[in-house]
Design a binder for this molecule. Sequence first.
Ligand SMILES: Nc1ncnc2c1ncn2[C@@H]1O[C@H](COP(=O)(O)OP(=O)(O)OP(=O)(O)O)[C@@H](O)[C@H]1O
Length: 482
Amino acid sequence: MSKQLNSVLGKGAYKIVYKGIDRDEGYEVAWNCFQTTRQEYADLSQEVEILKRVRHPNIINFHDCWFSNTEFIFITELMTSGTLREYIRKLQHPNVKIVKRWCRQILKGLIYLHSYDPPIIHRDIKCDNIFINGAHGEVKIGDMGTAKMKSGKKYTVIGTPEFMAPEMYEEKGYNEKVDIYAFGMCLLEMVTGEYPYSECKNAAQIYKKVSLGLKPDCLSKVADPDVLALINHCIAPENERYSAQEAIDDQFLCVEPEVVVLTTNEAKDHLTLQVVFKGMDKLSVKFEFNTSTDTAEEVVNEMIEEHVLPQRYQRFITHDINRILRELAGTAEKKEGAGHQPSASPMIQGSHPHGSVPPMTLDTSNPSTQIALDRRNSNTESNSEEELPHKEYSPDTPIEELVNDTAMAYHRGRDKADEWLAKLKNQDIMTVGDLKDLQDSDWAGFGLTVFASRAIRNRLLGKSTKRPSSIARSSSTASEMI
Ligand SMILES: Nc1ncnc2c1ncn2[C@@H]1O[C@H](COP(=O)(O)OP(=O)(O)OP(=O)(O)O)[C@@H](O)[C@H]1O
């Protein structure tokens, strides 16, 4: 149950938003008050049911709602750093990196909404409805589901004229692509700092321009051809317009991977490497590399075949692994010249690095979803499940039992089991019952590798997939997430 606090977070044309506190959990929330009648509230029951089911890291969470007096009150996640619009004004011209980050997050939210059957259409995407949590630069879509509440009120147009696709003005009906049109206008505002169609004095003028197919004046100020192309794909006529997935796959938003060295063994011939996708904090692909037997080309091809990496990064990642191997070889030679180390052969494309390892980028900032690819040369771990007898776990079985059985089934040592346990316990998972009925997104939040998640789930569900790391079929491969 939440309690309203007196501080006003903001006022819009339709609602006042206060800060509130969730009395049970102790966290702060946004307390939204929307003037309505009991009948209108009752008419919204279907929308409310949908909103309660919507759960995505890039969409503001809807917690609870009720009718009181003349108000529809709904409690949502609190965002601490204001709206994207305020940020754009503050930063003047946000740099391209930030713009890409924002866009990817907004589009991930839209991909999620549009993947419902029938698709959930936001209908009022604009920079004032996109919120930021400054500390992590997290971006979330807000003002969900209010389009229907607002219809029939004194402002009859649903949406905001500047961001409304031409088909929204017509009587013919529209689909989820109206959100992509509005996203295109948001991107335009992000890169120019101007509200689209600011040359128009009122909604009627905007309507006239939009229905004549005239683009906003500030579009001519977009200098970057990639940005311009993406905006144009988003604000194109409905039948030519990008879907949310096509927009995120656009060249401008393509993420740039980088390969980093995580660990090496003492002989320096077994490396643990990681492909990190810049700007995609939660995604990385970790894999073993044996410099005696592997080549960058082979390893990358293998990961592409397993659908762990998208084909389009083949050249880039191969090149980056070879760069690392050359750097290792270079350091080895230097050391050799200085007489500190035994001789080292030049180490290009999989020859032997016997020299010492140079200081390399060690990315420890990325604890979350890692795809641990235990490749064929890994001499420590294997992914094939041993035929441990199937076991039914009752809900009150301590989580230790399930995790230890899983580790044993997949030949993982005590250390691994302890690492998995710590992560689960950190999220208050104490018994097998706590794991039942969890959604994919809950599992992703544990910070376990995809391998560990799948292995534990398989064990829990009594599945023997033989290859829990069969990343091609996993729900969060790089290729699906990028
Ligand atoms: N979840 C939230 N966390 C923090 N502040 C919020 C949140 N939701 C809304 N606000 C604040 O309240 C203000 C009013 O909310 P909002 O703009 O959604 O109202 P509205 O009446 O639906 O809007 P509009 O006039 O755009 O139709 C926002 O500008 C923002 O400052």
